[in-house]
Design a protein around this ligand. Structure first.
Ligand code: GLA
Length: 414
């Protein structure tokens, strides 16, 4: 297999780190988990909408090998100061404990805790080295890491899980119940099921996955991620949690006034939407704005999916942009730096659409771009972003991404 330059670099780094830290991975496997790019509906997962997205080629690689004990020993090249993380299976700190709040070790601890809680018998430990190049905020670094650890522990312990959606639930539980991040399922789904060159469509009513090929007539395009260079704290410390609560609150209010719904996505008819807005926008203006974004973007979802099927990237981009304006003005989940990136690239011919990505406030924005326009996009960002946001001059980055498989295992590389 021919490895990309970036991948070769990552694997060389892992080998070096293994040697330096006395972690034995020789002859082991490498599991690579991707990042994800959501094409719709952003913030729809916890509101019950259908979802669509792709896996992208920024990854977490973990090289690992069973170590013949019941302990796990791990080193992360992204958090070298945390040193080697070592624990006996089944013996990890309590969920959400202060001592683990600031170390990446909360992920392996959380995986061990949740798998145990859910009745999986883990007896075999492993040695592993991790390295990743997924930017923080918007591309699902945490879900990629949780999935990687779960799948690898299952592999070492020869545990087979029939229903892949169970793995999504486990990875979400690591974040919700152990780490305390109130995330939905979007990230885990879009990574675990991602296939090269395909979009993944999730239907929450059936908990089903289907793959949607990009139409043959598709104009060639690139997915570009503009990392603002900001540190983004966990979702539990961000506007994300407030928005989730607001959406839940509106659902409660609507239920109490007789609407038979369980989430905002249940309201799809214009007549009912208008009725709710007329009734509640006086007293609950903010909640109605959040609802408006969910309603509008859900209405656009099938148009986007059909555009993808027919290869109409222009329309996919137009909807991506409209979602972005809704996320900015109605859902109010974007952030100033994210919008600076959007404002810069929006002016460039060949950019089909742009918007903030993921959990919100900070992190990265994304764009769908004609290949020949990528150069001018980069030039514009390099010129304008540091002028607007001088504090992040040395930290921002532009990533041009490919659509890839979500999970891959390599043997014979180490
Ligand atoms: C974060 C969460 C996801 C999802 C997105 C917004 O990435 O982890 O569950 O809600 O934000 O679409």
């Amino acid at each position: 297999m021919k490895l990309s330059k970036e991948e070769k670099k990552a694997i060389d780094k892992i080998k070096k780190l293994a040697k330096e830290n006395n972690i034995n991975i020789e002859g082991g496997k490498i599991r690579r988990t991707s990042s994800r790019f959501c094409l719709g509906v952003e913030h729809g997962d916890y509101n019950g909408t259908e979802l669509f997205g792709v896996g992208t080629d920024r990854f977490i690689w973990m090289a690992y090998k069973p170590n013949g004990t019941d302990s796990v020993r791990l080193f992360s090249g992204n958090f070298p100061d945390d040193g080697v993380i070592e624990f006996k299976l089944g013996d990890v700190p309590k969920p959400k404990s202060k001592a683990t709040a600031n170390t990446w070790a909360r992920f392996p601890y959380g995986v061990d805790y949740i798998l145990n809680r859910e009745g999986y018998k883990l007896t075999k430990g492993f040695d592993g080295v991790i390295y990743g190049n997924i930017p923080g905020g918007g591309m699902s670094r945490s879900a990629s890491l949780s999935l990687n650890l779960i799948l690898s522990l299952f592999d070492v312990n020869k545990i087979k899980v029939k229903n892949q959606m169970d793995i999504v639930d486990l990875a979400q539980a690591v974040e919700n119940d152990y780490i305390g991040s109130p995330c939905g399922k979007l990230d885990q789904i879009m990574i675990l099921f991602a296939k090269e060159g395909m979009g993944t469509h999730y239907n929450p009513a059936k908990r089903s996955i289907s793959y949607v090929k990009l139409g043959k007539k598709a104009q060639d395009f690139r997915i570009v991620v503009m990392d603002t260079g900001m540190e983004r704290p966990g979702l539990e410390k961000s506007t994300y949690k407030i928005r989730r609560n607001e959406c839940d609150k509106l659902v409660e209010i609507l239920k109490k006034t007789g609407y038979k719904i369980s989430c905002l996505a249940d309201i799809k008819k214009k007549k009912i939407f208008d009725e709710i807005i007329a009734k509640f926008s006086g007293r609950h203006a903010g909640l109605c704005e959040r609802f408006k974004y969910i309603y509008d973007s859900q209405q656009r979802f099938y148009e986007m999916l059909n555009a993808w099927k027919s290869g109409d990237i222009k329309t996919v981009g137009k909807i991506f942009r409209a979602d972005g304006i809704g996320l900015r003005d109605d859902y109010k989940i974007s952030g100033p730096e994210l919008e600076t990136m959007c404002d810069i690239v929006r002016t460039i011919p060949g950019v089909f659409g742009e918007r903030m990505l993921g959990g919100g406030d900070k992190g990265a924005s994304g764009a769908l771009v004609k290949p020949e326009s990528v150069k001018s996009l980069k030039k514009a960002v390099d010129k304008s972003y540091p002028r607007s946001r001088p504090d992040f001059t040395d930290k921002y980055a532009v990533h041009v991404c490919k659509v890839v498989d979500g999970v891959k295992v390599f043997k014979d590389l180490i």
